[in-house]
Write a protein that binds this ligand. Structure first.
Ligand SMILES: Nc1nc2c(ncn2[C@@H]2O[C@H](COP(=O)(O)OP(=O)(O)OP(=O)(O)O)[C@@H](O)[C@H]2O)c(=O)[nH]1
Length: 559
């Protein structure tokens, strides 16, 4: 709760408390006033009753006396004598009750006086009756002194009673007014108090609601933050793994190695997805799978024309939200009609599309995982491109560009290696030194290009006559060498004969003009008979070739 609001709530509570306190005090005071006014009303009633009692008692005294005088009954006499002090007491009681009211007090004194006089007059009559008899007593009554006194008592009684009734009326009104005021102020005070309390409570409820909302927002923000931190940690881990992957890829020496490294790295980075990597063949007609791993949620063909893939067609990633029902590449299909997410990402390096990578998962992965896919494919593209470049450079360094055969440097490296291997396994190795006969004439007749065309055809012919383990090389100019591992002298001569015969049948055209008949002379040397040394073996084969030339060409001479 902020400070301002806390102050306002405190002020509201204090005000409510003060108001309720005031209402309480007011109610107590009002109640006291009400009790007081009620007491006064009661008092007035008492006064009126006492006045009535005085008048009634005096009347009783008068009646009893008259009854006694007329009948002489003893019980009336006793009643009369008993009522005399009662009348005095009643008059004294009135005087006591109205002592607080000077006006009425004066009247009460007067009333007491009159009562006393009336009682004295009555007693005189009684005494006369007792001493002088009825007639004397009757004469005294007839004189009218008692009647006169009684009239004055009645008048005074009336005045006092009227005064008391007036007081009673005013006191009742005051009491009612007090009661109403008390009621109204209690209701108003409680009402205002309740309103104030409601306002404060409402403000507090709003504050509690706002606090709860703020807490919920804070909790949400915390959850977001935790998620972000988690994602950040995940991304960091991905970056670290990708960096390690990139480093490993750079050290790969073959596509196979690169695929093995990718299998390990991508399996760890994308444990819930399946992956497949394709390379487009040199002929550009087919994309061929070179590695699959993980747990694919969709199947993808091992071999397919590049146009079957949207990513290859468009040169950018293509995503299929639902392989079973949405738009998808033709080479991707659902497994058992299960829904699956799939993406094809082209392997692009230096502006060239090398192939593609396909990833499939049960459901669309998080953005961070897609980033991993794209980054991994980028690294793999670069690695494959570098390997291809290395391969091309290596090929250039060991191949003769005109004939496509291995060059002399590669020949010398290979011969040494193959000789050692054949020596190890106790096998023979033969070398054929092949030279086209009168090659100069082709150059002279058809130009250097014509000579080149013939060299190219000769190269293809030799390549066609190679087994997997044979190595065909251009030794220099129009001279070729074939290394035949595990081939003895006799079989080498037979192979040489095949080649010589094939050269004879060569039909080479240059600029639509047929080149003349082509023949070749071949010298054969065999390990270990001719030599155990590579250089010596070559020299012996070359010497045999020289002999073949000397003997008339288009023939074979073995060392
Ligand atoms: N077109 C072309 N000619 C080449 C190439 N290298 C060497 N030559 C030529 O090949 C010819 C070799 O001629 P020679 O050594 O006299 O041998 P030849 O004419 O084949 O005669 P013999 O070997 O004795 O049968 C030369 O004229 C070279 O200029 C090449 O790469 N292309």
């Amino acid at each position: 709760m902020n400070r301002n609001l806390r102050n306002r709530v405190m002020a509201g509570l204090l005000l409510t408390a003060a108001l309720l306190l005031s209402v309480g005090i007011f109610v107590i005071r009002g109640a006291r006033q009400f009790v007081s006014s009620s007491t006064w009303v009661e008092h007035t009633h008492d006064v009126i009753t006492a006045l009535e009692h005085v008048y009634a008692t005096v009347k009783d005294v008068e009646a009893d006396q008259r009854g006694f005088l007329l009948t002489g009954r003893v019980e009336l006499e006793q009643e009369y004598l008993a009522n005399l002090p009662a009348a005095r007491t009643a008059a004294a009681n009135v005087a006591r009750l109205v002592a607080d009211n000077p006006e009425q007090a004066a009247r009460a004194t007067q009333l007491q006086d009159l009562v006393e006089k009336r009682l004295q007059a009555s007693l005189e009559t009684y005494t006369t009756y007792k001493t002088s008899g009825f007639d004397q007593a009757r004469s005294m009554v007839a004189a009218g002194a008692g009647i006169d006194l009684m009239g004055r008592i009645r008048e005074l009684h009336k005045t006092m009673a009227a005064q008391e009734r007036d007081l009673l009326s005013r006191r009742v009104t005051l009491s009612e007014t007090n009661a109403r005021t008390l009621e109204l102020s209690t209701v108003a005070g409680l009402g205002v108090g309740l309103i104030l309390f409601w306002l404060v409570a409402r403000r507090l409820l709003v504050e509690v609601r706002e606090r709860r909302r703020a807490e919920a927002l804070t909790a949400g923000a915390n959850a977001e933050l935790t998620k972000s931190v988690h994602e950040l940690a995940l991304r960091e881990d991905h970056t670290r793994q990708l960096s390690r992957y990139a480093g490993m890829l750079q050290s790969c020496r073959s596509v196979g190695e690169a695929i093995d490294v990718s299998r390990q790295a991508i399996d760890r980075l994308l444990p819930d997805c399946g992956s497949a990597v394709y390379l487009i063949r040199a002929s550009q007609d087919l994309a061929e799978s070179i590695g699959t791993w993980g747990r694919p949620a969709a199947s993808t063909a091992a071999l397919f024309p590049p146009q079957d893939c949207w990513a290859l067609r468009r040169g950018q990633p293509f995503e299929s939200e639902d392989v079973g029902h949405g738009v998808r590449c033709a080479h991707v299909s659902a497994i058992d009609d299960a829904s699956a997410w799939s993406i094809c990402i082209p392997l692009v390096a230096h502006g060239e599309i090398l192939g593609l990578a396909n990833f499939s998962c049960g459901r669309a992965p998080a953005a961070s995982q897609r980033d991993v896919m794209v980054a991994a494919v980028e690294q793999l593209s670069l690695a494959l491109s570098n390997l291809r470049l290395q391969d091309s450079l290596r090929t250039q360094s060991i191949r003769d560009p005109l004939t496509g055969l291995y060059n002399r440097r590669y020949l010398e490296e290979s011969l040494t290696r193959e000789l050692a291997r054949c020596d190890r396994v106790g096998k023979a190795l033969s070398v054929l030194m092949i030279d086209l006969d009168h090659f100069k004439r082709f150059n002279d007749t058809h130009g250097h290009d014509g000579g080149d065309a013939l060299l190219t055809h000769a190269g293809r012919l030799l390549q066609a006559h190679c087994r997997a383990e044979d190595i065909a090389c251009r030794y220099g100019g129009e001279e070729f060498t074939m290394i035949l591992p595990e081939v003895d002298a006799e079989r080498a001569r037979a192979r040489a004969e095949q080649i010589r015969g094939a050269v004879e049948t060569l039909d080479v055209y240059h600029r639509r003009e047929k080149l003349g008949a082509v023949t070749a002379s071949i010298g054969v040397a065999t390990f270990p008979e001719s030599s155990r040394e590579a250089a010596e073996l070559l020299r012996r084969a070359d010497a045999a070739l020289y002999n073949a030339k000397q003997q008339g060409r288009n023939r074979i001479v073995s060392d």
